[in-house]
Design a protein. Structure first.
Ligand code: ACO
Length: 311
């Protein structure tokens, strides 16, 4: 089975920047507490933007940057936990906004913060069978809409944003593993019409879960791929919390610099965090064709997934 090449990427972030000091106007907190516990300095909150408008903007940029023929996009997948509508899907709205051909499969995919990783795996399957050349995979979130500002330990973490990637089949290596541990206790949000739609999180339990599965799953896919951390150019983990990534970095002593981080600017943007990071890295010339990357997503489900990809 073929691997995946990331042909192009794009991102969209709301204009409104919310600093830790800005949060002091809503909750009892401090820049020092948030920075030490999470590494976050600012995040973005939608004002005029919506989840859908961010998804459309990120997709448009990816298409423009890659000079992509839209008629060659066979599927639009939007990984999101905060869609504007339960249905029709965000992906359908992206198809319309971009004026795309009707012959395109489009659907949303909800796997919490693991959504982008699972979207990649689904995209890989579609690329083997569809008639067209590309899949458009977007991670888009408007988490500011579902955070509970009465829970100061949780609301400080999250932000809004979207990232998009145009994918095509390639001969590069691709190894991925995914796991699910049915658990509604530590991370959840009620569905539409089922109580108040606010995110609930037991922070310290998420922390313990995340640091354990991150290290294990990264090691597992490297073993599957027959590579070591020495062979890897970059490690892109879901940007949940700088302390979580820092904890895992320490387990790969001497290779700390391979772990990429931008959470200080955007907070935790759930399914959008990895494609936003990818786009920044590409803009900086860091992700080149042939780059060997480890990707890791983890979150509600509890679910987690890691991949080793030559992009
Ligand atoms: N400002 C100031 N003080 C605060 C704040 C705040 N925003 N929030 C909590 N506190 C206080 C608490 O009241 C408590 O005070 P007390 O000791 O007097 O009772 C103290 O700080 C410690 O509170 P804890 O909740 O124990 O804080 P902890 O050190 O566990 O840090 C945090 C909380 C940052 C959420 C941590 O548990 C964590 O990093 N968890 C991981 C969660 C995560 O990253 N989730 C990502 C989302 S899910 C995902 O993406 C997979």
């Amino acid at each position: 089975m073929k691997g995946i090449r990331i042909v192009s990427t794009g991102k969209a972030l709301p204009k409104r920047i919310v600093s830790n000091d800005d949060l002091k106007e809503i909750i009892d907190t401090s820049d020092e507490w948030i920075t030490t516990r999470t590494g976050i300095k600012t995040r973005r909150y939608c004002k005029e933007e919506t989840n859908t408008s961010l998804a459309i903007e990120a997709a448009t940029k990816a298409i423009e940057k890659g000079n992509i023929d839209m008629n060659q996009i066979g599927a639009i997948l939007v990984a999101t936990t905060t869609a504007d509508l339960a249905f029709p899907t965000t992906a359908c709205r992206v198809q319309k906004a971009l004026g795309m051909d009707e012959e395109v499969m489009s659907f949303d995919l909800n796997a919490g913060c693991t959504g982008f990783l699972l979207g990649l795996n689904v995209a890989r399957g579609l690329l083997q069978t569809q008639r067209k050349k590309y899949v458009l995979l977007i991670g888009s979130e408007q988490l500011s809409r579902i955070v509970n500002f009465e829970d100061r330990g949780t609301c400080i973490l999250f932000g809004d944003g979207a990232g998009a990637a145009i994918l095509e089949a390639s001969d590069g290596a691709y190894f991925q593993r995914s796991w699910t541990r049915g658990n509604e206790d530590v991370l959840s949000c009620p569905g539409i019409g089922n109580g108040i739609n606010k995110l609930q999180m037991k922070g310290s339990e998420v922390f313990k879960f995340a640091v354990t599965v991150l290290e294990q799953s990264l090691r597992t896919v490297m073993e599957d791929a027959g590579v070591t951390i020495d062979d890897v150019d970059y490690v892109l983990c879901h940007q949940a919390n700088a302390r979580i990534i820092g904890h895992v970095q320490k387990k790969f002593k001497g290779y700390e610099d391979k772990f990429m981080m931008n959470i200080q600017k955007y907070g935790n943007t759930s399914a959008a965090s990895i494609p936003i990071l990818m786009d920044e890295m590409r803009d900086e010339g860091k992700l080149q064709p042939g780059s060997k990357v480890l990707l890791a997503g983890f979150g509600a489900g509890l679910s987690w997934s890691s991949a080793y990809i030559e992009i």
